[in-house]
Design a protein around this ligand. Structure first.
Ligand SMILES: [Fe+2]
Length: 641
């Protein structure tokens, strides 16, 4: 079995001179020489030649601008500030340059470079490259948001990408796709600690709990280094190189305990990391556009090429207008948890218990209503943790039962209900907001659901019948792969799921363990063995039976999702890979659909804000693809390990 180290060495053997894919060199100006050697004792995770040792990235695209990112890494710091030039072109060989500029970086921002490139055309693919200290970076590819109608919009969705849990074949598959507009990460972009059962890999194959790459971070330096570790992983680096990203944080990115969870030899040495530092590192290392400190949700738009620094690093909820078909919204349901010590304004709720806080709640609902009233077809919310009920339901209205606590929303049911009732129009049908898509992570399971807040078993909402998902997972043991409802619950014009206000698509984790790992750890069974899958099936069946909103659940396989958005439909695909096998193939585990317009003329009615398996409507399961194929950015070489 090839290891990550073998892979890096194999690629590195090609040579360390930066060269484009094929014969075209991609040197900038006179920077065509051999990059500086990295001494063998330089203990810092890197992946591409110095000084741009973590490749490039881009994110938060708007119709006329996009953030591009890189970091300058030196073995020995040569100056207190380093100038970095950048350029943007319309071709991957960087011949047709349309924008260029320069920026200076320093230790205060951990030597990261972020440029908000302005004056770009909408729905256009661009290529970009940096240069510093006489050497060029690899070339990145990015894409602006559309301003007018497009045939389709395609996103990859992922979450919970634990470096130690998986070989991340899914990130390699995302990198190879040439028809994506955006990669959406729902949080746990990095992990603060290594779980006891995470034995897939370690940096340089050293599972050493005394080493900062294999334990909780203890301070800001080690936290920044964690981002470097993740971004020095080949598939993650490629996925950032080839696509713009839209990222929000979750409980491991800005953990409440700031890296003090795992029993390690460092128990006596507690982390000194603060909330301000953890959020600061997020803004330094992700290609995200910061926000104004006033809580308006408006971006800080930097037009002069200077570093777009956040005014308040704790604000992450934001909105990307994505043309007449889609609005992209990112929310924060993590920082308001009590452990962070922030005071949430909960004056909009009688319980006084708010996860989002009133400013975010009002911004979110207003943004969704304005989007709907402007005639935008779909709203897409990048959420963190399963939003729809995934719990033991109340049998009788008003008689509470004990809860499982699988997500954090059972502690904030009033706020969830207030949000859903707002989308329902609260007082008048003219304010109803339809066609809402929520994407979620956190729970490491594949989940598809209608969005209802009513957990009573008996109520207005009536679903179809759960049956096994007769598709093969990424391993032979995973068949049939989960449970989905067959039959919509609706008959012709009879809409029995009409209280749903949207659909939730949670395409598992990029590696972090699911129900099978819970079974394996509890019963001391080998990971991935057939009995662990059988145990997970029992949990899935119990959850889909008890939670009538749930339309699909599979809690064994891992990977990512594709959301294919068109004017009449949104198609959702669960793509799985065996996390324990390098270069694992991409397997389509389930394909589901939501309709943008109501059509109840057929035997099976099409209703908005309801999630169904595609065959319910006579469609065959065929992977979607885009009508556009963008030329990839030249890979460039990875450095030897
Ligand atoms: Fe997670």
């Amino acid at each position: 079995m090839a290891t990550r180290r073998d892979f890096i060495l194999g690629v590195g053997a090609v040579g360390v001179t930066l060269a484009g894919c094929g014969s075209d060199p991609v040197a900038v100006g006179d920077g065509s020489g051999t990059p500086p050697e990295v001494p063998k004792d330089f203990d810092f995770p890197t992946i591409t030649p110095l000084p741009f040792a973590h490749g490039v990235a881009s994110g938060d695209p708007l119709k006329d601008r996009v953030i591009i990112w890189t970091r300058v890494t030196e073995v020995v710091q040569s100056a207190s500030a380093i100038p970095v030039s950048w350029k943007v072109a319309t071709d991957p060989t960087m011949k047709t340059v349309v924008k260029s500029g320069s920026q200076s970086t320093n230790a205060d921002r951990d030597w990261t470079v972020k440029v908000d490139v302005v004056g770009l055309l909408p729905a256009t693919t661009y290529y970009y490259q940096f240069k510093a200290l006489g050497f060029p970076s690899i070339v990145g590819r990015t894409r602006t948001a559309p301003a007018t109608a497009v045939e389709s919009i395609r996103f990859a969705v992922l979450s919970c990408s634990s470096y130690w849990s998986s070989y991340w074949s899914g990130l390699a598959h995302i990198a190879k796709r040439n028809d994506l507009d955006l990669v959406v990460h729902c949080g746990d972009y990095i992990y603060d600690f290594v779980d006891e059962d995470e034995t897939v890999r370690a940096r340089n194959d050293k599972k050493d709990t005394a080493h900062p790459d294999y334990r909780d971070w203890l301070n800001l330096t080690e936290l920044r280094r964690r981002y470097a570790l993740y971004r020095a992983e080949p598939s993650n680096m490629r996925a950032h190189q080839q696509h713009p990203w839209f990222i929000v944080w979750d409980n491991h990115d800005i953990d409440e305990d700031y890296g003090n969870e795992l029993t390690t030899p460092f128990d006596a040495e507690k982390s000194t990391t603060t909330l301000a530092q953890t959020t600061q590192a997020f803004w330094e290392w992700t290609p995200s556009r910061p926000l104004k400190a006033d809580g308006s949700g408006e971006f800080i738009l930097v037009n002069d090429g200077s570093y777009p620094a956040p005014q308040d690093s704790k604000l992450v909820w934001r909105h990307l207008p994505y043309g007449p078909m889609l609005d992209v919204i990112g929310i924060d349901t993590q920082i308001g948890l009590p452990g962070h010590g922030l005071t949430m304004d909960s004056s909009h709720l009688s319980s006084g218990n708010s996860l989002m806080g009133r400013p975010q709640f009002e911004w979110l609902t207003k943004t969704m209503l304005q989007s709907s009233q402007a005639g935008v077809t779909w709203r897409f919310v990048n959420n963190q943790t399963w939003l729809a009920p995934a719990d033991i339901p109340d049998v009788v209205d008003g008689v509470a039962t004990p809860k499982l606590g699988l997500t954090r929303w059972p502690d904030y049911t009033e706020e969830r209900a207030a949000w859903f009732q707002y989308l329902r129009g609260s007082n008048s049908a003219s304010t109803r907001v339809r066609n809402n898509i929520v994407v979620s992570g956190d729970t490491h399971g594949n989940w598809g659901s209608d969005l209802i807040e009513d957990t009573n078993l008996i109520g207005e909402y009536l679903p179809g019948v759960p049956l096994p998902n007769l598709r093969q997972g990424s391993t032979p043991a995973n068949f049939p792969a989960g449970f989905g409802r067959i039959g919509t619950g609706n008959l012709g014009p009879l809409n029995l799921r009409g209280t749903s206000v949207g659909v939730e698509f949670a395409p598992t984790s990029m590696g972090r363990g699911g129900a099978d790992e819970i079974v394996a750890n509890t019963l001391k069974l080998p990971p991935g063995s057939a009995p662990t899958v059988i145990g997970a099936r029992a949990i899935e069946l119990a959850l889909i039976t008890a939670n009538k909103n749930c339309q699909f659940i599979e809690w064994v396989d891992h990977g990512y999702g594709i959301v294919h958005i068109a004017a009449d439909r949104a198609v959702f695909e669960y793509w799985w890979q065996d996390k324990l096998t390098p270069n694992s193939p991409d397997v389509l585990g389930r394909q589901m659909i939501a309709w943008a317009q109501e059509d109840s003329s057929g035997l099976v009615g099409k209703f908005q804000d309801q999630l169904n398996e595609v065959s319910m409507f006579g469609l065959s399961v065929e992977p979607t693809s885009g009508t556009r194929t963008a030329v990839p950015a030249p890979e460039g070489v990875l450095k030897p390990a």
